[in-house]
Design a protein around this ligand. Sequence first.
Ligand code: HEC
Ligand code: HEC
Ligand code: HEC
Ligand code: HEC
Ligand code: HEC
Ligand code: HEC
Ligand code: HEC
Ligand code: HEC
Length: 320
Amino acid sequence: MLKFARYFASLLILCFLGGFISIYALEDGNELEKGNVMHTPVKKQVCLDCHSAHTADPEANAILKRPKQVLCKICHSEIFEGNWMHLPIKKGDCGCHNAHRAPYKYNLRTDPEDAKLCYACHSKKNGKKFAHPPVEEGRCTACHSPHGTDYQYQLRKETKELCMSCHIKFKDFFKQNPKWHPVLNEGHCSNCHDPHGSDEYRYFLRGNLSDKHLNVFTLKAFEFCFICHDYRLATEQVTTNATGFRSGKRNLHFAHVNKKTLSGKNCLACHDPHGSDQNKLIRRRRKFGEYDYTIDFYKTSDGGKCHVGCHSDQEYIRNK
Ligand code: HEC
Ligand code: HEC
Ligand code: HEC
Ligand code: HEC
Ligand code: HEC
Ligand code: HEC
Ligand code: HEC
Ligand code: HEC
């Protein structure tokens, strides 16, 4: 008898739920659930795929078959795969979507196109002085999966591949210049560039780097390179260990870079920050305003030789 009563009650609930199909889930009357984008099982009216008329999980509200935190996983297990999960997803919080219907594609509660979705929980990343267009356009998901991937920060690809998916000219560049800046061997363009833009530095570099060919030397002018490299390579006039670019103890970095008048060379006058076909990232060619020259650099066992337009052929030997 008791069993029958419970069955009857369940049936009532089922009808009750059915009633909601028109009243709540499918009509515009429900303030909580507006929008024309309907979750496919709701459209198909298979309410009982998620709701139970008979035995609801005691943990679950709204007579759900399983608690909300695991419900979506039943049918969308692939979303929960990846070594690096977005924390809300890891916790089973799928609250960006409405389970029934919502105004935006993928039954999202907020428009995914303008980053509002992300800014609900994250600080703003747009509006920087040196802005990166995809960030400015709010296309966070061009780079990040909202759920999870195998890469840190749930990036869609390893960073170098990710950047090159839009900056395709670098694919050819790296083929023609197979000696990369070592930072790139680990695949991180973002160690040097802040992918979200910068208020201070051009090309959203992580530090200041002069854009002038000739400079009065200051540490600030080349701060960017000195984030990772010991500045002594440019400040010790005489050295046996601050740099390999020396003739005996005479520091040739100092000789080229460290000037009190507007005649010190930029690091970029000789080096390409990304890669080169020559050793030590010595660039083959430099076009800069009125400057356009080629450099041929030959590494020797204890130094190097340069053939360059600026002066006659030069050779340096470190231990002499
Ligand atoms: C994909 C799974 C899924 C399907 C299919 C589904 N629901 Fe739900 N339903 C949910 C979840 C999850 C909640 C809890 C929402 C919350 O707590 O935010 C819910 C809540 C409800 C509620 C409680 C009111 C509310 O908004 O919290 C009613 C009533 C309801 N659903 C009716 C239906 C009806 C009727 C159908 C079939 C047209 C249906 N549901 C189909 C997942 C689903
Ligand atoms: C009973 C199975 C089932 C459950 C549970 C389920 N879904 Fe779905 N969902 C589907 C099906 C079927 C589709 C249609 C697309 C497909 O075949 O992958 C879909 C599609 C979607 C889509 C793409 C838009 C659409 O409707 O086609 C989103 C977003 C989505 N589900 C979110 C969720 C969320 C969030 C939950 C948990 C509240 C959830 N789903 C639970 C079956 C389910
Ligand atoms: C419901 C709140 C919420 C929303 C919406 C949200 N996130 Fe998150 N996100 C978090 C939380 C919580 C963490 C983990 C805490 C943290 O590190 O900030 C996180 C972490 C991250 C991380 C890793 C941060 C780190 O330092 O490890 C990235 C990347 C991220 N979210 C991107 C996004 C993007 C892109 C969007 C929009 C598609 C988004 N999030 C929307 C809550 C949210
Ligand atoms: C061009 C690709 C790209 C876009 C677009 C992008 N990100 Fe990122 N994001 C990255 C990369 C790469 C990292 C890792 C940064 C690092 O190594 O410091 C990252 C890291 C993060 C982090 C964790 C570290 C931090 O800075 O807080 C959050 C949170 C984040 N992004 C949120 C967002 C949000 C929100 C948007 C949209 C406004 C967005 N991202 C757009 C590439 C991108
Ligand atoms: C979704 C496409 C997209 C991705 C992914 C992307 N970018 Fe960009 N990026 C652009 C666009 C568009 C511009 C502006 C046009 C241009 O200069 O190429 C730009 C501009 C830049 C600039 C400034 C170039 C200039 O001449 O002003 C730098 C630096 C840059 N991106 C670095 C990166 C790095 C580093 C990554 C990886 C973390 C990355 N981008 C990923 C689309 C992208
Ligand atoms: C070791 C640091 C470093 C790394 C790693 C690095 N960059 Fe750069 N990048 C720079 C510097 C420095 C400049 C400024 C060059 C200049 O002023 O001529 C620059 C300039 C740029 C520019 C604008 C000028 C141009 O050539 O179009 C883009 C775009 C760019 N980098 C993209 C990338 C991408 C994509 C990656 C990863 C494949 C990457 N960078 C990795 C240091 C780096
Ligand atoms: C994010 C850290 C980082 C930044 C910023 C950086 N480098 Fe490097 N660089 C490295 C590392 C790591 C190595 C490999 C170890 C070493 O030689 O110190 C390296 C190596 C080099 C080498 C030697 C390459 C070889 O083939 O032996 C040159 C030349 C170089 N960097 C120039 C520069 C210049 C010029 C700048 C500024 C435009 C710069 N780097 C900015 C990390 C960085
Ligand atoms: C006149 C050309 C020239 C200029 C300008 C120049 N370099 Fe170099 N750099 C070289 C040469 C040549 C080497 C190779 C030394 C060797 O190993 O034989 C080198 C090597 C390096 C190395 C590898 C480690 C070492 O010191 O041997 C780093 C790092 C480096 N330079 C950074 C810089 C930075 C940072 C600047 C700007 C402050 C700069 N360079 C300016 C020519 C130059």
